[in-house]
Design a protein. Structure first.
Length: 217
């Protein structure tokens, strides 16, 4: 009888050990080249905004990497150039339009800088992947690319993109259909509300006393 109990315990222990071993083996995952590639792609996407384009300029994402824009500023020649690139951030992507606008933000004011189409060699008539502003179109206060804080207005087909170019502590990213006028409108509305609150006299509450009841006793 004692032998049978010992035998049963031994069999159960062996079965449990076998089950745990199989489960541990199934839960173990080894990382292969595909995992390394996926990790590298994620890292690439995170650092993409800090890369330089094929012309050595500042690379910006347009939309969710649908397109890219490379911004090149040359202080000696006093030129500001925007190159429109495809999803790979390398291939020129010509678009229709005679110009695109860059709104330079200076404090609460904006200074519009138009960049005229200057097609690269071989690009079809009416399309351009390069847009340039030069000379007096660029304010004298702009001495380096780091002085360029603002946003581009870019139309690609029926889509309108608002592409921010920010330096320093400002980083707004890219927006589609975004309008800075909404921010100004909200700020003005808040200022008016604050003035109205100051002008309105403070209201005092008058507490009404409860009617007294006669004590019949």
């Amino acid at each position: 009888m004692r032998f049978s109990q010992t035998f049963c315990v031994a069999v159960c222990s062996f079965g449990l050990a076998l089950f745990v071993g199989c489960s541990s083996k199934d839960d173990t995952r080894t990382f292969d080249d595909k995992d390394s590639q996926a990790s590298a792609e994620a890292e690439h996407g995170h650092d993409h905004a800090h890369e330089h384009g094929p012309n050595g300029g500042h690379l910006l994402e347009v939309g969710e990497e649908q397109y890219h824009m490379e911004v090149v500023f040359d202080n000696d020649k006093r030129t500001l150039t925007a190159f429109i690139l495809g999803p790979d951030a390398k291939t020129p992507f010509p678009i229709e339009g005679e110009s695109i606008d860059f709104d330079l933000e200076v404090g609460d004011d904006e200074h519009e800088i138009p960049l005229a189409a200057k097609p690269l060699e071989g690009e079809k008539e009416g399309k351009s992947s390069r847009f340039v502003a030069a000379g007096k179109a660029i304010p004298d206060s702009i001495k380096a690319e780091s002085d360029l804080n603002g946003h581009f207005h870019l139309d690609v087909g029926e889509d309108h993109f608002h592409v921010d170019l920010e330096h320093g502590d400002h980083d707004h990213g890219d927006h589609k259909g975004h309008d800075h006028d909404d921010h100004k409108h909200d700020e003005k509305a808040e200022a008016k509300k604050a003035d109205a609150d100051k002008a309105e006299p403070a209201k005092t509450e008058v507490k009404k006393e409860a009617p007294k009841t006669e004590d019949k006793n």
